[in-house]
Ligand binder design. Sequence first.
Ligand SMILES: [Fe+2]
Length: 273
Amino acid sequence: MTRRHEARLALGKDVMEYVTSSALDETGYVVLDDAADGLEPAEWQELEYLRWRSSGITRFAPLTSYRGDVDCNGFWNYTPPRTDKDGVWIPEQVAKAPGLVRRAQEPGANVGRCRVIELQPNEYADAVYNLHQDDNNRLNPEGTGWVVRGYVNLTDDADSLMILRSDRFDPATEVRLPLRAGTRMIIDTQRLWHAVWHRGEAPRHGLIASWTSGPELDAYIAANGGRPRGESVTIDGALVEEAQIEMHRRIEERRRAFEAQGITMEPTPSLYE
Ligand SMILES: [Fe+2]
């Protein structure tokens, strides 16, 4: 029983839990075996990209959207609002990237938002400042599947790292997973703080799909060697310490900038959607 579950029982409230994947219970993520082959650069190079603010300097090429047009907005920002499920495939994008669509559909789990992210090179301190949690389960009704995120790294960025922390401000909770071409992981991005440190020269491209937890996803994780720990890369302690200081400096700088506009940030809101 989870703590939230217990708290609700104590309050005498109805207890409805989300359907989650037990494979993600321990660490909040699983690493799958690398995608064997079949990554075709033309598929992501020819897509239409939109400028869309995420963590870092990014553009997104949506493969699904609220209504099937080339659009990146959260499904909850429309009328009627919808949770991050039942993404509508965008015909002109799907036609350019059938292999990516296949990968997103492969588990047989419901697909919400699905897009290719393009990230420009950055520094470790940028990634630490960019750490954020997603909002995949906004409006998601309890009793249904919890939305997590599938990632496939498309470009070969073996020196770049997916940074995960269970505690945003505690580097001791950090895991750093290298992003070779075909690296696959499933992350509960609403639970874990995450961002990518991209050390390449060229932009990094990755496929992201919002997947609904349930028996289909469980079977997919099991069939693809899902494991709750990846080989985490060690980095210089001084670099980590500097990045911590820089993160706090930037957060404070941002808070002041908002305050100057009469916006009080209390409690600190999530930096990004
Ligand atoms: Fe995210």
